[in-house]
Ligand binder design. Structure first.
Ligand SMILES: [Zn+2]
Length: 452
């Protein structure tokens, strides 16, 4: 459903945008006054004026959850007759191939003040503009890239991947070299990068940096997972696109330039092309953002999720601990998914109470947990839920999360089971903070120290 996609998922849009009002204001003036002036000078029939700056582009990319380093973009934009097209082609070249996402990026470049403010159904003109954008420019930009990648392009990306791998600081380069198999140089390893790698037909974009794809070893594991999924009864007779859509896979990030892994001092498997992040915008790394101030600790997302599980389901749950069964055994990927699914649903329901703080449903739940020993009264819960709803987007969800709609996970169990069976380690099974979007494969990489 197109309207839902635009207003609900794709813009993120928790409704609590943190862009500075001043920037919004200036951009609004610049766009509306400036464009209106130029348009009227041209008699209303002139070309669309594209006034956006590089700052706006990076703000929009961060907002939609793309951490690409578009180092060559400024040069390309100079003298470009159609800056929007230049941005689109650059993104598609880096492996961003989700049409909705691309349309959102250009739309938000035109209307940066709409970050965090999804389109309403009543905004028919803007919706029509978004649709036209997707039908025209986005389609054109994808047209050249949706088919097979040319050999020349593949080669050029592999060279870029090799160069990028040597650009980290000395410490990171040393760690990279130490992790590679005996006798394998950085160049040898990155010769194995497959820039056109896909999972169920979805191109794997760069997680950041300049080269898309994953390493061959990782692509083989993803192929195994795809084979597993195609073999399921429920997907019999369906093609990869249909399976992918049913699994809700919208976006996959792979290779990343050398840097320490999130929440760790070691190097990330992404830097070797040995990890993927699936739908990162709706599957955050839960427990990564920590407050430096004791008084704000209760606002961190694991605490909010814990309160949600307690109030909605009457269960004690700490997402930052090792997930275990009642006998203390570590849960596997499938059982971990069950836990996260329950907690993610509880989070949606909990966030929903904020819309009806005086309703019967909340009162009934508070009565139930009080009967089970909870010492807080209804007023305390009302205040807490109101605050949690406002604060949730700022811990782990970034500005783009929609915990009130999608909880903290939209990955399906079939997907988790298939990737786990293919040998990937899911971040949802980590023993501390949970990297829900993340699937890594060590393969012939041997990292030492703290791993993620
Ligand atoms: Zn990751």
């Amino acid at each position: 459903m197109a309207t839902q996609t635009r207003s609900g998922r794709s813009h993120g849009g928790a409704g609590h945008t943190a862009t500075t009002p001043l920037t919004d204001h200036v951009l609004t003036l610049q766009r509306e006054a400036g464009n209106a002036a130029v348009t009227s000078l041209l008699g209303g029939n002139g070309p669309v004026v594209q006034r956006f700056s590089l700052g706006v582009i990076s703000e929009v990319l961060a907002y939609v959850g793309i951490g690409l380093d578009l180092v060559t973009l400024p040069l390309k934009l100079i003298g470009s007759a159609d800056r929007e097209m230049t941005v689109l082609e650059t993104l598609v070249g880096a492996g961003v191939t989700d049409p909705d996402k691309l349309a959102n990026i250009v739309f938000l470049m035109r209307y940066p003040m709409r970050m965090g403010k999804p389109l309403e159904k009543s905004e028919k003109k803007l919706i029509a503009e978004w649709k036209k954008l997707k039908r025209t420019k986005v389609k054109t930009a994808l047209g050249t890239e949706s088919g097979p990648m040319s050999e020349a392009k593949k080669k050029s990306y592999i060279e870029k991947a090799k160069a990028q791998a040597k650009l980290g600081n000395e410490d990171l380069t040393e760690q990279m070299e130490a992790a590679l198999p005996e006798g394998t140089s950085v160049d040898d390893w990155f010769a194995g990068i497959e820039p056109d790698a896909k999972f169920l037909g979805q191109r794997i974009r760069a997680s950041d940096g300049v080269a898309p794809g994953v390493h061959r070893e990782m692509r083989e594991r993803l192929d195994a997972a795809a084979t597993h999924l195609r073999g399921l009864d429920k997907f019999a007779g369906k093609n990869d696109t249909a399976i992918r859509k049913e699994l809700g896979i919208r976006d996959i990030g792979g290779l990343r330039k050398p840097k320490a892994a999130s929440g760790s001092d070691g190097i990330s498997l992404h830097c070797f092309g040995m990890a993927v992040d699936i739908n990162p915008d709706k599957n955050p790394f839960i427990g990564l953002d920590e407050s430096s101030k004791e008084e704000f600790k209760e606002n961190e997302s694991p605490k909010i999720i814990g309160r949600a599980m307690w109030l909605v389901k009457g269960q004690v749950f700490n997402v930052k601990q090792q997930l275990q069964d009642e006998k203390g055994r570590k849960l596997g990927a499938a059982a971990s998914w069950d836990k996260h699914h329950a907690a993610s649903d509880a989070l949606i329901e909990y966030m929903g109470f904020a819309d009806d703080l005086d309703g019967e449903a909340l009162k009934a739940r508070v009565d139930a947990v009080r009967a089970a020993g909870d010492t807080h009264d209804l007023e305390w819960w009302k205040k807490r839920i109101g605050n949690d709803r406002k604060l949730a987007p700022y811990y782990d969800f970034g500005k783009k999360g929609t915990p009130e709609k999608t909880g903290y996970m939209d990955l399906t169990k079939d997907l988790i089971v298939a990737l786990d069976a293919a040998g990937l380690v899911w971040g949802g099974t980590y023993n501390a903070a949970k990297d829900i979007m993340h699937f890594g494969y060590d393969g012939s990489i041997h990292r030492t120290g703290k791993k993620k």
